[in-house]
Ligand binder design. Structure first.
Ligand SMILES: [Zn+2]
Length: 374
């Protein structure tokens, strides 16, 4: 029974284990034998208990109470799962965590009580108005609007009037919606999109598409989508690309070299950096480059130059967590929370983990960027 006793003892030290995990990158934990998805789950939990929060006091007290009570990782994951459902209610998450951590009872009892509390709290919350648009998945996206019952019902009535088919209501409403937005056969409708997004396309494929034989070619866009050669031609004929077409030159080992026909340096560099990766290059990130920020690989404050090879696009979150390193002459910044930093290695932008690994983003669109075309 010695091994079993040790296992139980270990399980009761979850919060101390999480404290250590808060200092590791998920890729380093994976190298120690954890499944990446397990490492991610624990890292997220470690971030909750040891990362930044608006409820510092409750977080601190919860860690102390956790240590006293010796709750297992499984218990903490369950408790956090309930608290995560209260994300939209300011401060409610940490109150519920503290309440559930203090609650005496089996896993099942605490879980049942957690479900009950979430129902009570979320039931009181009024849905926020707004538009949410999902990421692309298998070529599809979802667009959903939440507003007052009056406005949504009035809009539903407008679409009802415009329904022309007898098919299923969901499809009929969609057709009526697009007729309304695009203006149908009589023209009108809203403004046509003008593509400000960058399209990454190799010279070979460009030649094929120009010759009208590029139907099987698929290109990646920096708005997070893909287009077939035929769609690209149709968009070009409709004038969606405006009057200017730019050509970026990329070297297989040096990275981006130059962009022709661009007037302003900042504009030019942004297009080059966008064409290079199409999505944020941090491993497993899917934020389209159109919504990313220009990032200096060697930080500007440390003397990093503003030239194409030193630039990349990073999403707001990863730009924030990237370890820019200490400024020369300043006391060394604590490495405690380092998640690693982006650097250029053999031409491509990779994450250098605190454990010393170099990782690329393997996202579909990332592998369709300019550096992957050469
Ligand atoms: Zn990112």
């Amino acid at each position: 029974m010695k091994n079993y006793k040790e296992f139980v003892l270990h399980a009761s030290r979850a919060v101390s284990i999480l404290r250590d995990m808060a200092e590791l990158s998920v890729y380093d934990m994976a190298a120690d034998g954890l499944a990446l998805k397990t490492a991610r789950k624990y890292a997220k939990l470690a971030e909750v208990f040891f990362g930044s929060t608006d409820s510092k006091r409750l977080q601190r007290e919860s860690v102390v109470l956790d240590e006293e009570r010796g709750l297992s990782l499984e218990n903490l994951l369950m408790i956090d799962g309930h608290a995560q459902k209260l994300k939209k209610l300011r401060g409610a998450g940490w109150k519920l965590r503290a309440e559930l951590i203090a609650l005496e009872g089996s896993y099942e009892e605490v879980n049942a009580y957690g479900n009950q509390r979430v129902d009570e709290l979320v039931g009181e919350a009024v849905k926020k108005t707004g538009v949410t648009i999902s990421r692309s998945k298998n070529g599809m996206r979802t667009f959903s609007i939440t507003d007052t019952q009056r406005r949504i019902t009035d809009f539903e009535k407008i679409l009802d009037v415009a329904i022309t088919s007898d098919g299923p209501r969901s499809q009929a409403l969609l057709d009526a919606f697009w007729n309304h937005v695009e203006g149908g056969e009589e023209g009108g409708g809203l403004l046509r999109p003008e593509y400000r997004s960058v399209i990454a396309i190799g010279l070979d494929d460009f030649a094929k598409i120009s010759a009208g034989s590029g139907d099987e070619v698929i290109v990646g866009l920096s708005d997070g989508t893909t287009m077939t050669g035929a769609e690209l031609v149709n968009a070009a004929i409709a004038g969606a690309f405006g009057g200017n077409i730019y050509a970026g030159l990329f070297h297989p080992t040096a990275g981006p070299v130059n962009l022709y026909e661009a007037r302003f340096a900042s504009f030019k560099q942004r297009i080059m950096a966008t064409a290079e990766n199409l999505v944020c290059p941090w491993p497993d990130c899917g934020v389209p480059a159109d919504r990313c920020q220009v990032h200096h690989l060697d930080a500007h404050k440390n003397g990093g130059q503003t030239n194409p090879a030193n630039l990349t696009m990073l999403c707001k979150y990863h730009n924030g967590v990237n370890d820019d390193g200490a400024q020369p002459g300043c006391p060394k910044k604590s490495r405690r929370w380092s998640r690693g930093r982006m650097r250029r290695h053999h031409g491509t932008v990779k994450l250098h983990t605190p454990g010393g690994k170099l990782l690329e983003n393997t996202h579909d669109l990332s592998t369709m960027g300019a550096m992957n075309l050469i």
